[in-house]
Design a binder for this molecule. Sequence first.
Ligand code: KPL
Length: 296
Amino acid sequence: MNICILGAGAIGSLWACYLHNAGHTVSLWTRGSEASISLSLDERPPLVFPCNQESQLSDTDVLLVTVKAWQVESAIHPIISLLKPHCSIIFSHNGMGAVETVLPQISDHPVYFATTTHGALRKDKNQIQHTGQGQTIIGSLNNLADDQLDKLVEAFNLALPPVHSDSNIGQALWNKLAINCCINPLTTLKDCRNGELAAKDTLETIETLCIEIAMVINAEGYTCDKNKLFTRTKQVIEATSANFSSMHQDIHHNRPTEIDYITGYLLQRAQAHNIDTPMNKKLFDQIKQKEALNDH
Ligand code: KPL
């Protein structure tokens, strides 16, 4: 397939290398004007990808959008008219609420969401490290997408397994969002690695967050048990103990965070159901204050 990756960050670059190695023709699309980008995956010889080539974009079968939630609209808007009619569009980012804003503009395309737990680190512009094996779940976001879901899952699974399809992608997204609501703001405010959240007083805060989050997820019509969520959060804290969360890294590098699409999305849905979520609100306000001190 001809695959274009919109956004050459850590996860986008990781997929670019693995999809290329699986035999696909991969190009990149970035904010810059460079005509090619060289990427080495885990000390392997560099691969050179064409970049920002309109001819390549107009022949793309699959557009994989790996920019952050807050960049989705501005990144995809200028290129929609360049895509061929049946080009599949797969979004993959932390958080919820961003794709809804662009769905009406791309309703002629099969649209999917992919959520992944792979760890990737962009060591510099040309070096990408696969820091943690994970898995990927892909689900359809519109009716047009259902027909080709299996074919896409098979192609992505051959490139970087395991990849599964999920007919209830909303549940998978809420599961991920719940974990991000617990880990990302706290690691950012405490300026620590994920593992340090296992301290007793922090776990009490996380337990309160889980109670609030489970109420919202249930009100949205999805399944969430507060005790299971607490246990799963502790497992992720342990499994990713040496990592700095993505929100911690954003603040550290003076970038905007995804808070509006993580805790912010939870608060919006809580308000719609008249559910009180004071602990999540407190963390949201504190991250907003920290973000305002960044000059981006
Ligand atoms: O997804 C993550 C993130 O940092 O955004 C977790 C699961 C918290 C791992 O760091």
